[in-house]
Design a protein around this ligand. Structure first.
Ligand code: NAP
Length: 254
């Protein structure tokens, strides 16, 4: 049997993977247009003028979406199938750390089943069910990015401080769910790249109560965080799918 020649270009490896975002055409979707999500939508539209960038969320969004409501996800799925193909870039930027009902736990006695379930519903199940909803709009013949904001505190290997049980565990679960998705899509959507991103501490409502000890130089504006994250994402290829990366491109331990 003849071995493939190294000199022969593989058609599947040629132009589509090499195109930069300014040449990309189709749609993009940012889910969760909060502090970082809204900045990502603006910056992505600037970098990829051939993409129509839409947002989805509970407020201030082009498309209504509540990640914890199956009927809402089903409506997004119908819209995606009918109107969003080809969907080239999807970034899940929704997240829940605290609200009127839940606060991050400092100790075991503060752990509540309801808070664990709510955190997992948004931070872990949310991005996976989003992927399921939009999958039919993803093209098979062109590169696709599916990225989701994780958090360094979701790293099990890097957990030195403890606390924040629900948020940490939900982000760790997200990482496992999307790593598993990356492996499935390598078979079914070989031009898709799944990436988990830690944005760094960023001045948004999510971090507001907890960033007192962060020096000003280490606190990003949402615009700066968005620029970092898109810099990292733009370098990723399908061969690197399933990575967990920080804002500076460094690998975060699982
Ligand atoms: N800021 C940081 O320092 C930091 C650090 C590490 C990781 N992250 C991660 O980065 C991502 C973005 O956070 P952010 O700082 O931009 O926070 P943010 O400003 O609070 O935005 C969070 C977004 O998530 C949305 N969301 C929450 N629950 C939802 C649901 N059930 N359905 C749909 N959308 C929902 C919120 O919508 P509503 O406005 O409707 O509530 C909001 O748009 C999160 O995944 C977060 O965990 C942030």
């Amino acid at each position: 049997m003849a071995l493939p020649s190294c000199a022969m270009p593989d058609p599947a490896m040629s132009t589509p993977r090499q195109q930069r975002w300014p040449a990309w055409e189709g749609q993009a979707l940012i889910v969760g247009p909060g502090g970082i999500g809204a900045a990502l939508a603006v910056e992505l539209a600037r970098r990829a003028p051939g993409l129509r960038v839409l947002t989805a969320g509970r407020r201030h969004a082009d498309l209504p979406l509540d990640l914890v409501e199956d009927a809402s996800l089903a409506r997004l799925a119908a819209t995606a199938a009918a109107e969003l193909s080809p969907l080239r870039i999807v970034i899940h930027a929704a997240g829940l750390l605290h609200d009127g009902g839940i606060q991050p736990e400092k100790r075991l006695s503060q752990v509540r089943r309801a808070a664990l379930e709510r955190s997992f519903a948004v931070n872990a199940y949310g991005p996976l069910l989003l992927a399921q909803a939009i999958e039919p709009a993803l093209p098979k013949d062109r590169p696709v990015h599916f990225a989701s904001l994780s958090a360094r505190v979701g790293s099990i290997g890097d957990n030195r401080l403890g606390g924040w049980y629900a948020y940490r565990a939900a982000k760790a679960a997200q990482n496992q769910l999307l790593r598993t998705l990356a492996i499935e899509w390598q078979r079914r959507l070989p031009l898709a790249c799944v990436t988990l991103l830690h944005p760094g501490t960023t001045a948004t409502p999510l971090s507001a109560p907890y960033r007192g000890s962060v020096p000003a130089a280490g606190l990003f504006t949402p615009e700066r965080a968005a620029a970092h994250l898109l810099d990292v994402l733009e370098t990723r290829t399908p061969e690197t799918s399933g990575s967990f990366l920080a804002w500076d491109g460094s690998t975060v331990p699982w």
